[in-house]
Design a protein. Sequence first.
Length: 357
Amino acid sequence: MSQLTIQAETHSYDVLIEAGIRHRLGTYASGYKEVLVVTDDQVAEKYLDDVVAGLMGQKVYTHIVPSGEASKSMKRYEDILDKCIDVKLDRNSLLIALGGGMIGDLAGFAASTYLRGIDFIQMPTTILAHDSSVGGKVAINHPSGKNLIGSFYNPVQVLYDVETLHSLPEKEVRSGYGEVIKHAMLSDYDWLTDLLGLTLSNIGDQRLIRDLEKGIQVKAGIVEKDEKEQGLRKHLNLGHTLAHAIEAEVGYGEVTHGEAVAIGLWFAMRLSERKGDVRLPIKDYVNWLKMNGYPLSSIRSLQSVALLKRMKVDKKTLEQKVHMVLLQEIADPYVVSVEDEEMLTQLELFLKEVIET
Ligand SMILES: NC(=O)c1ccc[n+]([C@@H]2O[C@H](COP(=O)([O-])OP(=O)(O)OC[C@H]3O[C@@H](n4cnc5c(N)ncnc54)[C@H](O)[C@@H]3O)[C@@H](O)[C@H]2O)c1
Ligand SMILES: [Zn+2]
């Protein structure tokens, strides 16, 4: 078992990473009058019975939403609130978010607003959710953009059962490792080098636990210093400026968030070399992307003008200029603003590089 403690502004909470923890929930989620478990239909099919059985002896309700990003909506948020009211949850009740980042964000946002906030536990079931389950950002989407309605609201615990990760499809493993490798680039050259030798189709539990733990430590270290994203937390957007544009251009679902981030990291490394005095392991990184089947071909047909336009509507863009996180070197990120003209040139060069790879 691995245990980390995260110090949020409001309280500190533990992250426990352990195989099979879903069967022993009663030990951790005790002392509540009622428990509502919110999950998606794919996760429900596999793990909801175990979780309910693990809560034995408590009054447990369940609520299932369709899997997929489209459920991070006003409608599904309202449904959860209706359920909370229906089953009369009060301030001594607990909400458990069982699922990937979609469920964590949706159920976490419901927990943050129902009765001005009730306790909630994050039970991440994707690798990507090592990122989303800590740091306290919870949100739903608006038709005009992702995560536009939300709050900063930390869970009382994060319980990570690595056994649940065994059923993840390859695409979701790749997606999760996009954020893992981002955390390595932000923090540790040796860890990055080590990851660049990793074949994702063949990861053992020990390895996975170590990577999740290290990733969570990096994220925690940053959000503990800057919970509300006034400065330092922006570094977590490494790779994301292009990633968000790719997701929007290719269409959500075609390329997963973490896959897009992995490609965005390549662009960030390239731009870091062009704008600074640094040599980064780009060749090894691109080989790693190819070896692990990251969807490079899906961005070959994208246009630089369209990507730039997407970058500029991204809510993280200040004063109409595109802001990018770059690397002075591995583990030394900084933020720059890039003029449109320069960004267009850089995007064109990058797309050419991708096509030639
Ligand atoms: N709050 C934050 O700080 C933060 C950070 C990063 C991402 N996010 C959000 O996270 C979301 C993406 O999270 P995600 O990638 O986990 O997506 P997700 O929750 O949609 O899960 C991806 C897919 O995997 C399935 N799945 C989940 N667990 C499974 C399991 N154990 N076995 C088999 N299938 C499983 C789901 O049903 C879904 O189809 C986005 O909405 C993003 O905005 C939030
Ligand atoms: Zn991300």
